[in-house]
Design a protein around this ligand. Sequence first.
Ligand SMILES: Cc1cc2nc3c(=O)[nH]c(=O)nc-3n(C[C@H](O)[C@H](O)[C@H](O)COP(=O)(O)OP(=O)(O)OC[C@H]3O[C@@H](n4cnc5c(N)ncnc54)[C@H](O)[C@@H]3O)c2cc1C
Length: 844
Amino acid sequence: MLAAILSLVVIVAALYALTQVGGVIALLFVAAVLFLAYRRLSLRAFTATFTVLLTAYTLLGAGGTAAFTWKMVLWALLAGLWLLNVRPLRKVLITRPFLRTYLKLLPRMSQTEKEALEAGTVWWDGELFTGAPRWQKLLAARPPQLSAAEAAFLEGPCEELCGMLDDWDITHERADLPPQVWEFLKSRGFFAMIIPKQYGGLEFSAYAHSCVLVKIASRSATAASTVAVPNSLGPAELLLHYGTEQQKDYYLPRLARGEEVPCFALTGPRAGSDAAAIPDTGIVTRGMWGGNEVLGLRLNFSKRYITLAPIATVIGLAFRMFDPERLLGGQSDLGITCALVPRHTPGVSIGRRHFPINIPFQNGPLQGKDVFVPLDFIIGGPAMAGNGWRMLVEQLSVGRCISLPSNTTGGCKAAVWATGAYARIRTQFNLPVGRFEGVETVIARMVGLTYTMDAARSVTAGAIDGGEKPSVPSAMLKYHVTEMGRQVANDAMDIHGGKGIMLGPNNYLGRGYEIVPVAITVEGANLLTRNLIIFGQGAIRCHPFVLREMSAARNPDRVAGVDEFDRALFAHVGFTISNAVRSFIMALTHARFTRAPVQGPTARYYQHVVRFSASFAFAVDVAMLALGGYLKKKEGLSARLGDVLSCMYLASMVLKHHENQGRQQEDLPVIEWACRNLLYHAQEQLHGFLRNFPNRPLAGVMRALIFPRGRIYSAPGDRLGRTVAALVTNPSETRERLGAYAYRSPAGANPLARLQEALLLAVQLEPLEKRIRVEGVKTGRVSALDLPGRIQQALAAGLISETEAAALRDYDRKVMDIINVDDFEPHELAAQLQPAARSSARIA
Ligand SMILES: Cc1cc2nc3c(=O)[nH]c(=O)nc-3n(C[C@H](O)[C@H](O)[C@H](O)COP(=O)(O)OP(=O)(O)OC[C@H]3O[C@@H](n4cnc5c(N)ncnc54)[C@H](O)[C@@H]3O)c2cc1C
């Protein structure tokens, strides 16, 4: 509010000052200059146009002392602008001195950090850094599609698998997948979705891979985690990109047929988030292998949390490689290296299990003591020694965009599908609970977030299929989709009340809720991802000038370096000024005059994203200039800027998804909810950034240019919430689209199918229930307290027919089957651990 008042005062004062120095002509002059900055003219074009405008203003503008002084100031400014156009001069006067200071401020970057920064491609994320994103780049992309074979796999083996999964048996009785499911997974290629057909794999698109995970995750978190790992960053992916032909020919067909089960071991007790700090070693030495003395590695390692390790036959191992005796002829510390170690290699201890929060997918520790393997076991052979970290970060982007976002979205699709129906069939206070405003708000949030997640995972998978390896979006998806998943899981539990809490064969929510921390922690724990990675990596990687400036500054060819730095620096300055102007004008006009790539009800959201893009780009430049390397330490600021970037990215995904799905009118309330939520969140995070910015005068300037009218975006309202909730508490096209790819088949008493059946009956029988209420209960002819009693009395009173009574009884039975929870004999719940196992678990 204060900012809005201050901005208003400044604008009025500026207008008054302008009237003193030339009235309308001065106003037109300033408007024209702002327009040029808004349209981002090059320095040369800007200078030329400015000269013409200033000449016109000098000749036509009013006279007087104030106007004369003002014109002199502007002519001096113009002289400066002309000088800036003389490149040799500006290099000497500005660029070289600035470069010297810049080099002192430039944070040192380890090879590891450099490799992480250069990994992957810059896609739509880069456009959002420009302040003027080119929507065509996003909208022109083809909607992701399944091939006939992929669709058949989803409808065939994938449905069959889901029908085989009994989650209570898996999570409670057996603490594992049953043998026939393991066999099915291996033999039907579930572990080979990323392996090319030439090696016997399925060679699925990223989108198909994602849809398979969505479906399995909507049925069983344990099965989904099991399938995700071999298809993500691990032996197959690394072999495909870096393996020698011999390694590929040997391992890939075996992995595709399920004869080998892979795991990938990076994390250890001493290195979790800071994975590059692993203390595990591989020393180059001579040893015996297959009866011959060969050059190899003596490995010592201690790893934990490794998915599939207990049953893995081949271990992808990351370690630090040393060659103290220089047997390879190069340096002693070669760096992180990845090798494939067969399970039965002497010295490997493997097989024990962790118990990841009641979701018993195979996961366990793994140690190696003086394990000897030949150098050929390095992925890519000895030539790839020391390239392990680069290999990991280069390939991380693809897997991270797919595994967790898809699994989480699958779980949330099931949760929304179930909750919408449950909230309709569960009545309290004589009303379906889903009709209470407080519950509607929560259902709407579940719908809006799930739509956002689904949009993000499918549009980004489509981009991967188009050839991108989006590294910054992969971090954004990892963090935001799993955090949204956490919210949706909580909301589903709240709405189900005790029904969600009581575990047993009839519980379809509890395990999905329990697995949330796993998704939050793996593939880059969320606190780290939000605070350090999204913006930290994005700022340098996606910014149109920063990486260019950094590499120019470090260019050993001094002359070429200064030349390139000069170009980048001046383009950067113009870019920042333009973004400041764009931010101010779009904030002032609420982006009403900003060009949108589409017409109709969604056009305004495109305009708002552009407005935030300009404000964000401006804030980023000010922050980097004012704080330099210190910005990396100010994690709170980095995190908030990362949130703004992510909100713009996710809103763009929602808009593109809406286009991809054929602009479904019925979905518009959901699009509105999702976009409002994201834009509001972007505003609040930008505001939080300004409030916490250490340089207060600069924060004030930024605030005036970013929020001249204050914070005017609001979160989705209650009325919108009601409309959105109704789309899933009733049968609708939107509900169908949201549930797409979730496992909804009626086979095997699938709870999602039972809930849908009950929902359809609830809607169909609503007039009958109303008749009993209005003509029976209100008139006193029906007095029973429960539905079976009311049906009986209504039948006796002639209010309903025999057939209608039968239909209502059938409905009531089906509803109660869903609402009822399990109970057990006390001994049935006792853990069956052996005493020896207990003690060794404690010692570990
Ligand atoms: C179920 C499960 C399966 C896994 N599977 C595998 C696998 O197959 N292979 C494998 O190699 N690893 C695997 N992991 C390991 C996983 O990648 C690590 O757990 C993860 O990297 C975090 O390490 P940590 O648990 O030791 O947490 P820590 O590193 O101890 O972190 C603790 C907390 O501090 C935060 N934090 C750390 N540094 C920062 C920072 N700079 N700024 C802000 N916050 C920070 C983290 O976000 C986290 O919240 C698995 C883990 C789990 C739980």
